[in-house]
Design a protein around this ligand. Structure first.
Ligand code: UD1
Ligand code: CA
Length: 474
């Protein structure tokens, strides 16, 4: 079936009152993507031109969707939001297709399969109105509309204003509808507020279609796929479901999650098979993890690429970086805007910032590498610090292939340490070291034989001479 006869209206003008946050719920993030982007991208994937109804924080919603480059989307400002029916009424003059698919903006888990099923049934049965329903054992607590069927009649009643509704009718309204455009033209302008809030409700169109003798169709969907997000608790539940879907997908591709319930995973993370993800990992942004990697417990990896066979020890933090094949990172390492070569080891308490290290290089302990370019097979001694910042500007350090930096060196940038060069432990180096040279810069050691007792007596004498005079005794 072609979707050319269908136009969509995405409702995104509400005030998000139940969220109690300054930011609209529609811009809150679920697995790395804003809530409103889920239905908007789905409609775009289905090639359905979409009119998005905005009002509350409209600039933020429009800017958010602009970042996702959604084709065929336009915006209508609802002004003061006066209910879902009023939102659709505002869009009516701009609609021209034969059928109008209306979606609440806060239903992120709905799938293409369900929308297609609803569309097909609606068109095949020539319905005036069709909508998705679902089972829920306690809909009143979450504020869903309840579907009431009596004989031939069907209507949606909001539980908000009718808390005593019998739980025998276990169907709720998912907030996703398709209407014949001609039905909307004839009926929507005549809908009146039917509740204490004085708002116009889109749900009253279902009863109206039925009362006019029009056909009303429904399809039933699993509750998880139509959950609406009204509160932060709903957001948490929906994100949990989405994350479980993502983890299940990667498990099916051969990725081992030791404790899947403890892993946080974004939509745009991809992982190859035979990789093991330990508990507590947070993998976000556009991150790719190759085949046969181990990602140690409580590691955070964002917008980074980890190539095949890399071993990330626990508590590593990796941001905007590349870790090449079979490299080893951490524990407690921090990489930012950095690149680590094949089989290179960046060990515990090592920080790399805007730096790169070539293949088979080692910086295994307690080191800061800032604005540093290291060649291959170099060895950076424990406690080495590149002093890249003079309080005004950042300066570069270059450490060439097979150079060996002694422990506890301070390399004052800009500085270059040549190929095969060796530096002595404890050096503070301010000048370049040529290829193959040895450089050391530290105070000479003084040793005095049998001097320790003299030193102690000297110290005692100084203490005695400086002591305040005691009171004379009588
Ligand atoms: C709505 C339905 C309810 C259904 C539930 C499913 C109504 C009256 N009730 O309730 O039957 O079970 O969805 O999730 O429709 N919006 C506007 N303009 C407005 C008001 C709301 O654009 O004036 C937008 C909101 O931003 C939101 C969507 O419409 O994206 C739904 O509004 P919301 O207030 O969340 O409706 P519910 O109370 O969840
Ligand atoms: Ca809602």
């Amino acid at each position: 079936m072609s979707n050319s006869s269908v136009q969509a209206v995405l409702l995104a003008a509400g005030k998000s009152a139940r969220f109690n946050t300054k930011k609209t719920k529609l811009c809150h993030i679920i697995c790395g993507q804003e809530l409103i982007a889920y239905p908007a991208k789905l409609l775009a994937r289905m090639h359905i031109p979409t009119t998005c109804i905005v009002s509350h924080q409209k600039e933020d919603i429009i800017a958010t969707l602009a970042c996702h480059d959604i084709p065929n989307i336009s915006y209508v400002d609802q002004g003061e939001p006066k209910g879902t029916g009023h939102a659709l009424l505002t869009a009516l003059p701009s609609l021209s297709a034969q059928h109008v698919l209306v979606m609440n903006g806060d239903v992120p888990l709905i799938t293409e399969e369900l929308l297609t099923l609803l569309l097909e049934k609606h068109i095949k049965e020539e319905a005036a109105a069709s909508f998705i329903i679902s089972h829920s054992f306690s809909p009143s607590s979450s504020g869903y509309g309840r579907v009431i069927k009596q004989g031939e009649s069907v209507e949606i009643v909001e539980t908000k204003y009718n808390p005593d509704l019998s739980s025998e009718s276990g169907f709720i309204n998912a907030g996703i509808y398709i209407f014949k455009k001609s039905f909307l033209d004839n009926t929507l302008p005549n809908i009146t507020p039917n509740n204490e809030s004085g708002e116009l409700y889109i749900t009253d169109l279902i009863g109206a279609a039925n009362a006019q003798g029009g056909r009303v169709c429904t399809i039933t969907a699993p509750f998880d796929s139509i959950r609406g997000v009204n509160t932060l608790k709903d957001l948490w539940a929906v994100e949990h479901i989405k994350r479980s879907e993502l983890i299940t997908h990667w498990m099916n591709q051969g990725v081992r999650f030791i404790a899947a319930q403890n892993v946080y995973l974004d939509l745009n993370v991809s992982i190859e098979n035979d990789t093991v993800i330990w508990p507590g990992c947070i993998l976000t942004g556009n991150t790719h993890i190759g085949h046969g990697c181990t990602i140690g417990a409580y590691s955070c990896i964002t917008d980074s690429t980890i190539h095949d066979g890399a071993l990330i020890h626990p508590h590593s933090f990796i941001l905007n970086s590349i870790v090449h094949q079979s490299a080893e990172i951490g524990p407690f390492a921090k990489l930012r805007l950095s690149s680590v070569g094949e089989r290179t080891i960046i060990g515990n308490f090592v920080e790399m910032n805007r730096s790169s290290a070539g293949a088979r290089t080692k910086a295994k302990h307690l080191t800061y590498l800032g604005d540093t370019c290291i060649g291959m097979q170099a060895n950076i001694g424990a406690g080495t610090i590149t002093c890249n910042y003079d309080g005004v500007s950042k300066h570069k350090t270059v450490i060439k292939d097979r150079a060996m930096i002694g422990s506890n060196n301070a390399l004052i940038a800009p500085i270059t340490i040549g190929k095969n060069a060796v530096t002595g432990a404890g050096s503070v180096l301010t000048e370049d070291v040529p290829d193959n040279a040895f450089s050391v810069s530290r105070s000479p050691q003084i040793t005095k034989d049998h001097y320790s007792e003299t030193l102690r007596l000297n110290t005692l004498a100084k203490t005695y001479l400086n002591a305040p005079e005691s009171e004379p005794t009588t």
